[in-house]
Design a protein around this ligand. Structure first.
Ligand code: PGA
Length: 250
């Protein structure tokens, strides 16, 4: 399995900034074939970023930050998997903690979106993670197992190769996030792997599991080297055009 390095840009970057970043990363990505890079821009930049990646022949996946589960309908402000498919995206991110916190995303809508993304041929990047009170009450593993189980309910084994999980503890995300200790991250990733294997048998070993939440230049290396940490999902540290040059994990 390749090691994955991805970034969600959240509500950042104009189209011009997105294109400049993509161009920089495209040159860099070709020199590091051991990594699968992916970027998740805002909707407004998706089309042009996709064109740019293709024009440069860059080995970078492009994804959307969310999708509705319906193909179309009276859902003002939403975007459908059919519309995203027209752009030719590789993946859809589903259930980021900010969506869960601020936009009423639940495990059940995450499940609907996961099924819709897979139905339309995308890779589904499902985000899970516990909040601080859950961690403090010793409920992290059970919370995350439930999130994974509900997200993947109805996902057929034949579609599993297009599923990816991002473990992002809510308390570690963003400006006020507290970076997680690596041993804790490893323990949770092992537990996610166990859940995947309970659901899909040995096939569960093939699902990449990424870690995210306050990954920075100082701690990025510490999260690598464990067989169940298959990638890093990075926010603000990866938003500068030359960020990935600095994320030295090899
Ligand atoms: P952060 O964001 O790296 O800025 O904490 C991570 C994320 O939300 O995916």
């Amino acid at each position: 399995m390749k090691f994955y390095l991805g970034t969600n840009w959240k509500m950042h970057k104009t189209v011009a900034e997105a294109l400049a970043y993509t161009e920089g990363l495209a040159h860099y990505a070709k020199d590091y074939p051991q990594f699968q890079f992916f970027i998740i821009p805002s909707y407004t930049a998706l089309w042009q970023v996709r064109q740019k990646v293709d024009a440069l022949g860059a080995p970078i996946w492009v994804g959307a930050q969310n999708t509705h589960w319906e193909d179309q309908g009276a859902f003002t402000g939403e975007i459908s998997p059919v519309q995203l498919k027209e752009i030719g995206l590789d993946l859809v991110e589903i259930g980021h903690s900010e969506r869960r916190q601020y936009y009423n995303e639940t495990d059940f809508t995450v499940n609907l979106k996961t099924l819709a993304a897979l139905k339309h041929g995308f890779k589904a990047l499902v985000c899970v993670g516990e909040n601080m009170p859950e961690k403090e009450h010793g409920a992290s593993k059970s919370k995350i197992a439930t999130q994974v189980q509900i997200a993947l309910n109805g996902v057929k084994a034949e579609d599993l190769p297009r599923v990816m999980i991002a473990y992002e503890p809510v308390w570690a995300i963003g400006e006020k996030g507290i970076p997680a200790e690596a041993p804790y991250v490893f323990e949770i990733h092992e537990s996610i792997r166990k859940t995947l294997c309970e659901l899909y048998g040995e096939q569960g070993r093939e699902v990449p599991i990424f870690f995210g939440g306050s990954v920075n230049l100082q701690n990025c290396q510490s999260y690598c080297g464990h067989p169940d940490v298959n990638g890093l999902f990075i926010g603000s540290t990866a938003w500068q055009p030359d960020s990935f040059h600095q994320v030295r994990i090899w």
